[in-house]
Ligand binder design. Structure first.
Ligand code: CA
Length: 239
């Protein structure tokens, strides 16, 4: 039960969407539909803008039009894939099999052929997020499992073989970070995932909890395992 609740919260957090589409009418329709789902949307009309944006902001999902004025969407996808594994869905101009195949071969998770209904797009995004979710919880990866043991039933986490004595929020913050090692999570994202009643005005309290959490980890082992990303948020170091 606790896992189900947590899973839903993570799905909710996975929704900072970058929309790359040069057709303003299509973009506005999509922005409206995506925001109605409670997702944040950043719209870029040009490929270069999108590249600049992903270099500076954590993005949970990318919707990418193949036909952009400044760069081919496939080339843009290849460039993004060199550094990021963000889930990505192509918007193709027509139901073109070649475009679909190329898109999937270069690492897109799905595609939508224009014209499509916003509802269809939303449901495809949901499916992709659900499908990818288990991969975003690699505490079972070998190197991490040596250092961390997580017992979600008992709400306990051990670090280097020692059981951590954590407050409720320290536990939940660490749980969120452990599910997505190396991923930079903003205070907003951490709060959305770890708090029952997220409150924007309280996001700075994340810093206080992280500080105490770090000290507890440091008492066991000297590594700086929670990294600060100035002006952005925090990530868990991968060993
Ligand atoms: Ca276009």
């Amino acid at each position: 039960m606790a896992n189900t609740v947590f899973f839903r919260e993570i799905l909710a957090v996975l929704k900072h969407i970058l929309l790359v589409e040069d057709d303003e009418a299509i973009a506005q329709t999509l922005i409206f539909s995506l925001q109605r789902e409670g997702w944040q949307v950043q719209w870029c009309a040009l490929g270069q803008q999108a590249l600049d944006y992903v270099a500076q902001h954590p993005v949970d999902f990318i919707i990418l039009d193949v036909g952009l004025p400044d760069i081919n969407g496939f080339d843009l996808c290849r460039q993004i894939r060199q550094q990021y594994q963000t889930p990505l869905l192509f918007l193709t101009a027509r139901n073109d099999e070649v475009e679909r195949i190329i898109g999937l071969e270069i690492g897109a998770d799905d595609y939508c052929a224009k014209p499509f209904s916003p509802r269809e797009l939303v449901s495809r995004i949901r499916v992709i997020c659900r499908r990818l979710q288990p991969q975003a919880t690699p505490i079972h990866s070998n190197s991490l499992a040596k250092i961390w043991q997580h017992d979600p039933e008992k709400l306990q986490i051990s670090y280097h073989g020692q059981l951590l004595n954590l407050t409720r929020y320290e536990y939940r913050l660490l749980e969120v970070l452990l599910k997505q090692p190396e991923r930079v999570l903003s205070r907003h994202q951490l709060m959305q995932a770890a708090w029952e009643h997220p409150d924007h005005s309280l996001e700075r309290t994340i810093d206080t909890h992280i500080k105490v959490l770090r000290q507890k980890l440091k008492n066991i082992h000297d590594d700086e395992v929670i990294k600060t990303h100035r002006g952005i948020g925090y990530s868990l170091a991968k060993y």
